[in-house]
Write a protein that binds this ligand. Sequence first.
Ligand code: SAM
Length: 219
Amino acid sequence: MASYKELPKTAQIRLVSSHEEVYEPCDDSFALVDALLADRTKLLEHRPMLCMEIGCGSGYVITSLALILGQEGSGVNYIATDINPHAVRVTHETLEAHGVSAELIVTDIASGLEKRLAGLVDVMIVNPPYVPTPEDEVGAEGITASWAGGENGRSVIDRILPIADRLLSEKGWLYMVTLTANNPSEICLEMKKKGYASKIVVQRSTEEENLHIIKFWRD
Ligand code: SAM
């Protein structure tokens, strides 16, 4: 497991591969990794056995998490999904370039994995497609699926929440990127109904958007 001093700065993640149809790490990706770094002592104490990213894109975030928590000998396993096969290939190369690995699966959210992973995921990270768009752009092929979130940017988010609830372990934590337009307080209320407490770990305003990284855990 990496010691405090050995932990990488997020900027040190190198992308060795890219693809025009794969989301390049951006302010939202950086904010999510900053939330994980802000929580790194708690994450290390949390001792997760299984960490999962939904929508891994370039692999920037899952690689950062694997470097924060360690892999060799740490007993932590990683799994990541993306609907875009090019993203899964780029993620594989990013992980490999940093000496870490994850099980990578091309699928819609966690389709085909729910039975196997039910109640087992200790840390879930999601930077979903959250931009409000016409509904018919959601799930489109390639790069459009990276941002197209449908009405209020909530179409994919609202599908992920019940799946996260089923996959998270009793001590599971979910870190999710949202935008003001997604109505984060309504998302927190939805999760509260499922028994989750929440807090904003990072809030960041850029020229284009107001991002919130929300952490959820069972109350
Ligand atoms: N996690 C990366 C990051 O933070 O840089 C990429 C985030 S990008 C905003 C959203 C990612 O989710 C894209 O790679 C996209 O292909 C993927 N995605 C969109 N809809 C999905 C779905 N239904 N199931 C799995 N992945 C999905």
